[in-house]
Design a protein around this ligand. Structure first.
Ligand SMILES: [Fe+2]
Length: 390
């Protein structure tokens, strides 16, 4: 991200900064950064040491509950039937994972009792339904439907939920969630022809500085599990910060879609990158305009990637039997493309109102019992002329 700051920041780093002038206590400077001291970082000024712990609670390992499907085929799961419940952390249910990425479905109905921090990965939350405010030590970040909410590791958060249905996809990666390198110039600024600009990324706007004693539960994801702590002071005691690391939102409808005279491949829709994966936004757009154009994807054998697509809004013309809230997995090793009839039906179309979020991974994905519970195994046969995907 670009440079951003909120609150009180001294003119130089690593100097004495006092809370209220001479005689008052020193502020605690905390550098929060990637790649040791070489990556992007922010510097926060706190009222007290962030290391203080009142009590150390239990550690719970993450249970992955893998499902090994009986056959290697294209799959569809309808996530509308996943029951709601839990809070933004306990309500997460793992859908698929590999060493580079995990995808969880979360439909929280409760705020949660305390605070959460991912200490071993970046998180990206796609808000299919819902909205609210992500409270963090960097300040408050409002989020709404169709937002990608990007939360750098090390960010302590509390989710304030609007009183409405919440339906999220939560991505975790041990790597970094970034905008694609190829959209940036040598200084890091987004290029003029990138499908979004700095104005589309919304960071914290209001700092929340709490100087409170009490009991504050913080759950930290570390070592493939959740470690619970009780702090004696409110974790949001930051009076100012600046730097390049902060949580932000990007709304899927702010992605400026690309179209061509003839069909453009999925990288035209790329929105984020991570280690061995990409995330793309298929936003409502004009379709390929040559009179001879086939305005749907061509068949492809993705021999080195898994393609997963979540249908977020509108009507996805290339797929039969796929509705909003469902997800398809086209695994490596098999060709896929539009189902019979959909190409003929799409000829001459000038625009699509589809909105889909796609993640492609370069390493195989393992599925879980959550996928198994919502699997629609007839999807594997949906390319057969006589069989409808239903
Ligand atoms: Fe594909």
């Amino acid at each position: 991200m670009r440079y951003h700051h909120l609150g009180r920041v001294p003119p130089k780093r690593h100097v004495q900064v006092r809370r209220d002038g001479a005689g008052s206590s020193l502020l605690v400077e905390e550098v929060l950064g990637y790649e040791g001291f070489s990556g992007n970082h922010s510097i926060l000024y706190r009222l007290r040491s962030p290391c203080a712990v009142e009590r150390v609670g239990e550690f719970r390992a993450i249970d992955r509950d893998e499902w090994v499907p009986p056959a290697h085929v294209h799959r569809l799961a309808d996530l509308n039937g996943v029951p709601a419940g839990g809070d933004p952390v306990t309500g997460r249910r793992l859908l698929m994972a590999n060493a580079d990425i995990e995808v969880w479905v979360c439909k929280p109905t409760e705020q949660g009792e305390g605070f959460y921090r991912n200490g071993e990965g970046d998180e990206l939350v796609y808000v299919h339904r819902g909205g609210g405010v992500l409270r963090t030590q960097f300040g408050r970040v409002a989020f709404r439907e169709k937002d990608y909410v990007v939360v750098p590791r090390g960010t302590t958060v509390a989710w304030e939920l609007e009183d409405r249905e919440q339906f999220w996809l939560v991505f975790h990666t041990p790597g970094e969630v970034e905008t694609p390198t190829r959209y940036r110039n040598r200084y890091g600024q987004l290029l003029e022809h990138a499908p979004f600009s700095a104005r589309d990324f919304h960071g914290p706007e209001e700092l929340e500085t709490r100087d409170e004693a009490g009991e504050f539960v913080v759950v930290v994801r570390v070592r493939d599990g959740h470690q619970r702590y009780v702090l004696g002071r409110h974790p949001f005691d930051v009076v100012g910060w600046d730097g390049y690391v902060w949580p932000y939102t990007f709304n899927a409808l702010d992605f400026e879609p690309r179209a061509g005279r003839l069909h453009l491949p999925p990288p035209a829709h790329q929105t984020f990158q991570g280690p061995n994966f990409v995330i793309c936004t298929f936003a409502p757009r004009m379709l390929d305009w040559d009179p001879e154009a086939v305005p749907l994807p061509y068949h492809h054998s993705n021999i080195q990637s898994e393609e997963v697509m979540f249908y977020a809004d509108g009507d996805y013309t290339a797929r039969r039997g796929v509705g909003v809230g469902s997800v398809t997995l086209h695994p490596s090793g098999l060709p896929h493309g539009p189902q019979p009839g959909t190409v003929e039906a799409a000829l001459g179309a000038t625009r699509t109102d589809e909105l889909a979020v796609m993640w492609d991974t370069f390493r195989p994905l393992a599925l879980t019992s959550l996928w198994q519970a919502h699997d629609r195994d007839e999807y594997a046969y949906s390319w057969n002329d006589a069989v409808d995907a239903g």
